[in-house]
Design a binder for this molecule. Sequence first.
Ligand code: AP5
Ligand code: MG
Length: 203
Amino acid sequence: MGCPGAGKGTQSARLKETFGLTHISTGDMLRSEMAAGSALGKQVSALINQGSLVPDELMISMLEKVISQAQKGVILDGFPRTVAQAQALDTMMQRLERQINAVVMIDLPESEVIKRLSMRRLCKKCAKPAATSTQPACECGGELYVRADDAPASVKHRLEVYRAQTLPVKEYYQNSGKYVEINGNQTPDQVFEDIKNVLKKVK
Ligand code: AP5
Ligand code: MG
């Protein structure tokens, strides 16, 4: 978990590489649908570009499909984002006889969010953010682009949506014994060390 720009995608990619977990980013999945021009992509593009959430029912059915197919452990990046999604995830986990091992919240002050997202460019091919603001292309050779929802008005709305709809999810997990907060305002290496330390203690 974490607000827009907290580093969820950056850290998930590292966890995937290091531990061979499956990375499920609901945002990346929705952007792929948009890029492919699918019916689903067309249905959600206006909501995403303005920074609003996609309806719960749609997200829940999308998630159930990918989680049930995953053989190994899964990193959920950007889901659950509402209390209804968190409740649906619990039901899904019971049905699939799987469990949530840890809920990792990456904390970042809003001033830092705005700075990061105003500079971010992403790769069309591998979906990773560019390491520097000046490089002409991604390390993998892919073309770089700016996400439509990184426009200042959309970032402002995403933060409002986060406070109103996603922060209650933090309360949902806070007393579960699985909830941990990490300081996201450190270098990516330091954040990764903190997350690995949390995962070492996971049952
Ligand atoms: P989503 O794609 O999940 O966007 P988000 O939550 O707003 O988060 P971001 O992807 O912008 O940030 P991030 O935390 O991944 O940070 P990153 O690692 O890229 O969702 C997009 C939209 O899809 C939603 O608004 C909604 O419409 C829809 N959606 C998705 N899931 C949904 C759901 N479950 N229900 C309903 N709707 C849903 O890092 C950001 C930048 O900072 C990068 O440039 C990176 O290089 C840099 N950076 C990362 N870490 C550091 C660090 N430690 N120090 C300095 N820079 C850093
Ligand atoms: Mg992301």
